[in-house]
Design a protein around this ligand. Structure first.
Ligand SMILES: O=C(O)C(=O)C[C@]1(C(=O)O)C=C[C@@H](O)C=C1
Length: 291
């Protein structure tokens, strides 16, 4: 006779015991989880109250959104993180907390030029699942939404060598009015081949302690990549990356340099080019350990 499915565990009692904890062990684990959830919930509510007090005080001026401070918080938590919870899950939880914390201080809308679905997902994951997100068909429309105050931050694809002219948003970024303030994703150990994005917002970002800046260079006379890199290095700004575009007799380059670079920096005066405009900076993303 074939045993009924209900009777099957009795035929392999060892297996049934291993798969299911004894009822009292299950109840005890759940009671412990309930107590921990209550403790976590208390702390999350207390955190939101501190943010509300900060918002009500005049201690903070400027944008509610502070990507540099957020990066410092995440780096600190990642450096103390251990145990079975994946670091990516920790970051996802805190991205939601930080996004709602910014929203608590006045609310914000993201304008994303989602060139691919992955770009849209990057914006959503970074700025939280509850944040209003407008998906716009071009980079210039996303930037215009921020310039008009309809959105507080634009998410745009990371610049690439040889991109289409309409995608090369950095060539016309109206800095220092709008500046690059973050690079997305902030934490991504397993993102090989997945695109990255930059966030652009009004005004200057806060330094995070480990930052990289973007600098737009214009030169009327043609220069080779090596000549431009040499000029930057001679001015104390060795480029980590240099994108070049030649359009209408003007050479435009985008240099990525270590540290914080802002208008008035003496290294800019030492730079032998026609025009050099800092476009903002971002916290160096944490790439974590792959595995
Ligand atoms: O530190 C601040 O300025 C805050 O507003 C607090 C807080 C946070 O929740 O920790 C919220 C939003 C900012 O983007 C960064 C940090």
């Amino acid at each position: 006779m074939t045993p009924s499915p209900d009777l099957a565990p009795d035929l392999a009692p060892g297996l049934a015991t291993a798969a299911r904890p004894a009822p009292d062990a299950l109840a005890a684990a759940r009671a412990e989880i309930d107590a921990l959830d209550d403790a976590l919930h208390e702390l999350v509510m207390r955190r939101a109250e501190v943010v509300a007090r900060l918002a009500a005080s005049r201690a903070k001026t400027g944008s509610p959104l502070r990507p540099g401070r957020e990066a410092m918080i995440l780096r600190r938590l990642l450096s103390r993180h251990h145990g079975p919870l994946p670091a990516e899950a920790l970051v996802r939880v805190w991205r939601e907390i930080l996004a709602s914390s910014s929203a608590q201080q006045g609310g914000f809308t993201v304008a994303a030029y989602a060139r691919s679905p992955e770009h849209g997902r990057l914006a959503r994951e970074h700025f939280g699942s509850l944040t209003p997100l407008r998906s716009l068909p071009t980079a210039s429309r996303a930037l215009a939404a921020v310039a008009a105050g309809e959105a507080q931050v634009a998410v745009l694809p990371l610049p690439e060598e040889g991109e289409a002219p309409e995608d090369a948003w950095w060539t016309s970024l109206d800095s220092p009015r709008l500046q690059v303030v973050a690079r997305l994703p902030f934490y991504a150990p397993r993102r090989d081949g997945v695109p990255e994005a930059l966030a652009v917002a009004p005004g200057a970002p806060d330094p995070s302690g480990a930052d990289r800046s973007l600098l737009r260079i214009e030169a009327v006379a043609d220069r080779s990549r090596a000549q431009l890199a040499g000029a930057l290095t001679a001015a104390g700004l060795p480029p980590r990356l240099l994108l070049l575009r030649r359009e209408g007799g003007v050479l435009r380059a985008l240099a990525e340099v270590d540290g914080v670079l802002a208008e008035g920096d003496p290294r800019l005066a030492a730079l032998a080019v026609d025009r050099a405009l800092p476009l903002g900076f971002y916290a160096v993303p944490e790439r974590g350990v792959i595995g």
